[in-house]
Design a protein around this ligand. Structure first.
Ligand code: MG
Length: 334
């Protein structure tokens, strides 16, 4: 919320508040080349807008964002800027979701999946920093995921999956993924085809479980993946629903049929059982044998069970200046 300047300031609060009293935290992946520029921009705009000196914390290989986000929350900052790739964004969001503390993105990765789904520029870090301070606000859903009935839930913002999609994400050569995105994903899928579909039990919204022989189950909080391809047609990031897709291609030509359907951006439920869509608030996936799990492209190892629960509107996000969307709930800050 904007801080109003009281018309009748008391000496105590003015002294405590310092110059405006607001403070940002920058959580930044130091591997990216533009790190110093981003930190400089955050310091400059903090000063220009009368915010306190920002808290700047770098991510590490051991802690890609969780501890840093908790430190920022403990410091009581008003805004947490996540500058990095999809992994940084996901880890920071995992801590901020449900807290009411505002998050902003400065995309520095190659995928930048959430930014692309929200039409946030991925090639202009300076503009992203400015929007972090001066943009509008919206809320988005996050999806809680419990893997193998663990105590702690993870979150994802764009998509999660178990099975072939995750195996492919871990397998795909990074150089290729950077250059061609989705095509590399498909290429890896076809190359890795040997193996057999897994017997999978699925329950949506607590309903009666049903069984399929599948290669992959994917949950989507929004629709677009690499290359701008929309794999969950019509999925919205603020409808309180997760889109679930099951993939059961039959043989090499089956994979091509799935790819063809995705490229054609077919809408609604398919009559072909190779691809089924469900919309749900919760879902539970149980496999006979462990398969690879991924959340927003981060591999989490193998598991046999995943439970999903949508947490509607649980993350506050700062959006670009001039962003036009009915979901935007605030005017730009003064
Ligand atoms: Mg949704």
């Amino acid at each position: 919320m904007p801080t109003d300047v009281s018309p009748e300031p008391t000496t105590d609060t003015v002294a405590d508040a310092g110059s405006g009293g607001r403070r940002a935290a920058l959580i930044v992946n130091p591997i990216k080349a533009t790190t110093a520029d981003v930190e400089g921009a955050v310091r400059r705009i903090s000063a220009e807008d009368g915010w306190e000196e920002p808290l700047v914390i770098e991510t590490t290989a051991e802690d890609p964002g969780h501890g840093q986000a908790r430190e920022a929350l403990a410091a009581g900052v008003d805004l947490v800027i996540a500058a990095g790739g999809d992994g940084t964004v996901r880890c920071v969001a995992e801590e901020l979701a449900g807290t009411g503390t505002m998050m902003a993105l400065v995309p520095l990765g190659t995928g930048n999946l959430l930014a692309r789904n929200l039409d946030i520029a991925v090639d202009d870090p300076d503009a992203a920093v400015e929007s972090a301070f001066r943009g509008t606000e919206r809320t988005i859903d996050v999806v809680h995921v419990t893997v193998d009935r663990a105590q702690d839930a993870h979150v994802f913002l764009v998509m999660a999956g178990i099975g072939y999609d995750a195996a492919i994400m871990s397998d795909t050569r990074d150089d290729l993924k950077d250059k061609v995105g989705w095509l590399a994903y498909v290429d890896a899928g076809i190359r890795n085809l040997p193996g057999r579909p897994s017997r999978t039990t699925i329950s949506v919204n607590g309903g009666k479980p049903f069984e399929r022989r599948l290669r992959s189950v994917m949950g989507g909080n929004c629709g677009k993946i690499m290359g701008g391809l929309e794999i969950f047609p019509g999925a919205r990031i603020d409808d309180g629903l997760m889109d679930l897709m099951t993939v059961a291609p039959k043989g090499k030509l089956g994979w091509l049929a799935v790819v063809g359907k995705l490229v054609a951006r077919g809408k609604g439920k398919s009559k072909d059982p190779s691809l089924e869509y469900f919309q749900c608030r919760t879902a539970e996936i149980t496999l006979r044998e462990p398969l690879e799990v991924q959340l927003d492209g981060d591999p989490l190892g193998r598991a046999t069970h995943m439970a999903f629960e949508v947490k509607p509107d649980s993350l506050r996000l700062r959006m670009p200046l001039g962003y036009k969307d009915p979901a935007v709930v605030s005017e730009p800050l003064p």
